[in-house]
Design a binder for this molecule. Structure first.
Ligand code: SF4
Length: 338
């Protein structure tokens, strides 16, 4: 029988999970995974950068910040036609969810209107949609929900107490507020973080504790391994031990057993064996195909070959959310009625 989802994890409890012998931690994570999912299925998303670079924020890992000299080639917001063309290609390659990312601190209302058009058009192809556009107001969240946006990605990045080591241009509470606006609009949240930024194990536990103790577990939890980009402040950080990354995946699975746990940025530098271990620790979602925002990603063929070797298969589109829940937008209905 599946356990009730918890939102009251203490830091000590989460650290204790990290401290378990690895085989015991994997066993527990696998057991939790099977209560909610078929472990042979992996949800496959494709991420397209619809507007690249020139961001005013100073996230210390990000080559899209206008503050760092990384040689990144910036581009303005793509046209709706171009985005639909790329979504169709992703669909043909087997992706069921299409994520659109734009490097904004927060979008202007006219940007949101344009992204809303993209969302409707991609939805019409029969794909799930996700967007990551920076901070959102309640009204902007409602507009995107109205266009059919299924998921909104907004990461917490790291533990509250480590956050100021990485980002200075907006606070942790700003992120929590955006997640609140997204939830109130009735969209599903995609929210995770990045590990290997020099944080301690306790701080990794703090990130997962904060995610699990949100009002609702994010339906998608991307766990990124820092991709070090020359020119960014975090370039040169000591690399995270591979088994520590696996532990982070396993603890995320245990804390948020009904959520998709996604292997995200950093996957291109992982061996097939490490990825297999991550799937065994409860990861059940990946990005494939298109470039993962601005960092490389293993090509589609390598992913398909890996799935075949491991006996994994892509998960079909979930019509009303993997948990069977129907998300109703009470806030948007009332604001539209007013
Ligand atoms: S992570 Fe997002 S908000 Fe931060 S600098 Fe990069 S594009 Fe801007």
């Amino acid at each position: 029988m599946s356990q009730a989802l918890r939102h009251d994890w203490s830091r000590e409890e989460v650290v204790a999970l990290f401290d378990l012998p690895l085989p015991e931690l994997l066993f527990r994570a696998q057991s939790a995974h099977r209560q909610h999912f078929d472990p042979a299925e992996v949800q496959v998303s494709t991420l397209l950068s619809i507007k690249t670079g020139g961001c005013p924020e100073d996230c210390g890992y990000c080559p899209q910040s206008a503050r760092f000299n990384t040689g990144l080639k910036a581009h303005k917001l793509l046209s709706v036609e171009e985005v639909v063309k790329r979504a169709q290609t992703a669909k043909d390659a087997g992706a069921t969810r299409f994520c659109m990312g734009a490097a904004w601190r927060s979008p202007k209302d006219k940007d949101v209107a344009q992204v809303a058009e993209m969302v409707s058009a991609v939805r019409a192809l029969g794909m799930e949609t996700c967007a990551t556009l920076g901070m959102l107001s309640e009204d902007q969240a409602c507009t995107l929900k109205g266009a059919g946006l299924d998921y909104y990605n907004h990461n917490l990045d790291t533990a509250p107490e480590y956050y100021n080591e990485v980002i200075h241009t907006r606070g942790y509470q700003d992120r929590l507020d955006t997640l609140d606006n997204v939830r109130k609009a009735g969209m599903k949240t995609c929210c995770g973080g990045i590990v290997g930024m020099g944080e301690s194990r306790e701080q990794r536990a703090g990130l997962l504790q904060t995610l699990a103790n949100l009002a609702e577990h994010p339906q998608s939890v991307p766990i990124n391994r820092l991709v070090q980009v020359e020119g960014t402040p975090l370039h040169g950080t000591a690399e995270l031990d591979a088994f520590e990354f696996v532990r982070t995946i396993a603890v995320a699975r245990l804390l948020m057993p009904a959520s998709m746990v996604r292997l995200s940025a950093g996957r291109e530098t992982m061996s097939d064996e490490l990825q297999a271990l991550c799937f065994s620790a409860g990861a059940n979602s990946i990005f494939y195909g298109e470039k993962l925002l601005t960092t490389g990603n293993p090509d589609t063929e390598r992913d398909q070959a890996l799935f075949a070797r491991l006996g994994l298969r892509p998960m079909a589109v979930q019509p009303s959310g993997h948990d069977g829940s129907v998300h109703v937008s009470i806030e948007c209905e009332s604001s539209q009625a007013a």
